[in-house]
Design a protein around this ligand. Structure first.
Ligand code: F6P
Length: 359
């Protein structure tokens, strides 16, 4: 048995479906061990800012409520990055906050960026940390799946299905822009599930002729419509990123590659009418699908179990069909998981005749 009396749980980074189910699993498992759970508000800010912002979460006030079934984050989350030069300063405030709140451990539900930042903050204090991976981008290292990804894939696939039907009515090629700033997992999984004709991801170079040739082939076969799925992080043919803005710490905000492709393709080929749909932040919401709820329950329970066994600086993962864990420094060292361009998903796309770029 550990000496833990009180833990904090927080969500950090862009939200996704399944966060509340994860928080709930943590609350249930920790409460059963007799620990108190502080739900920290707005990522780490509930600890670093004053007055500290938190809520005592119990089975009856949180897990028994409808919240675990809803998306968003009950606790609020931060997705605005952190200037590296301010990390030292924030870490000092974090250590003070942890002490003032009397936290023995923190469970961080976040992506790879959050794992890096919060594990660094923890170095200056005695608090233990366990990470739970979440992101619709599914690019958190080592784990095969993160909470939120499958719900986003479901959302994108449903959108592809709907767009395919209207495309049929109007002789159109629908371009669907999905999220995924560095990695194309979301685009690739939903393109495979939704039988898209073209899938373009940041990891694989492409050219406009390749896309047009695919569209011509579809026409030759007598089909009057097509669906093209594109990751927001895809660059132009010559490598220029299409971005709409920068956030307050200078990180790129993507958006617009779908329209760019639409403009460029329609200049050269007009056998289809082209239309663009950007799925945007809708991908981060919706009712969490069963697999995300399953991950939430397994990850939450296992994170608490790890703390109880005295573990620290670890992240729970899903690998080979079960829950396991790795060290957080290994997660940070490994960095963002990109699509394996030699892997089975890419080769299946090719086998199915999808144009996935010049590979
Ligand atoms: O990290 C997930 C993600 O959804 C990315 O795919 C996307 O680029 C980003 O968040 C958008 O974040 P926001 O608009 O909330 O800053």
């Amino acid at each position: 048995m550990s000496k833990i009396k009180r833990i904090g749980v927080l969500t950090s980074g862009g939200d996704c479906a399944g966060l509340n189910a994860t928080i709930s699993a943590v609350v249930e498992a920790a409460t059963k061990k007799g620990w108190e759970v502080y739900g920290i508000k707005d990522g780490t800010e509930g600890i670093t800012e004053k007055p500290h912002s938190y809520e005592v979460l119990t089975i009856s006030n949180f897990s028994d409520s409808p919240w675990p079934r809803l998306s968003g984050s009950y606790l609020g989350s931060l997705n605005k990055g952190l200037r590296i030069e301010s990390l030292e300063e924030v870490s000092k405030r974090f250590a003070i906050g942890v002490k003032e709140l009397g936290l023995d451990a923190i469970i961080v539900i976040g992506g790879d960026g959050s794992m890096n930042i919060v594990s660094n903050m923890c170095k200056g204090s005695l608090v233990k940390i366990i990470g739970i991976p979440k992101t619709i981008d599914n690019d958190t290292p080592i784990t095969e799946f993160s909470v939120g990804f499958q719900t986003a894939v479901q959302y994108c696939t449903t959108a592809i299905d709907s767009l395919e039907l209207t495309a049929r009515s109007h002789n159109r090629a629908m371009i669907v822009e999905v999220m995924g700033r560095d990695a194309g997992h979301l685009a690739l999984h939903s393109a495979l599930a939704g039988n898209a004709d073209v899938c373009l991801i940041p990891e694989i170079p492409y050219n406009l002729d390749g896309i047009i040739n695919k569209l011509k082939e579809i026409k030759r076969r007598g089909r009057n419509h097509a669906v093209i799925v594109v990751s927001e992080g895809l660059k132009t043919e010559n490598g220029t990123p299409i971005t709409s803005n920068k956030n307050m710490v200078g990180e790129t905000i993507y958006g617009g590659i779908g329209q760019y492709l639409c403009d460029e393709i329609s200049k050269r080929y007009n056998e289809f009418q082209f239309r663009v749909t950007t799925l945007g932040h809708l991908q981060r919401s919706g009712v969490p699908v069963a697999f995300d709820r399953l991950l939430a329950s397994l990850f939450g329970a296992n994170a608490v179990e790890l703390l109880d066994k005295g573990e620290d600086n670890k992240m729970v993962i899903w690998k080979n069909g079960e829950v396991s864990y790795v060290s957080l420094p290994e997660v940070v060292k490994t960095g963002t998981t990109l699509v394996n361009v030699k892997g089975k998903y890419v080769s299946a796309a090719k086998e199915l005749g999808m144009y996935i770029g010049e590979i």
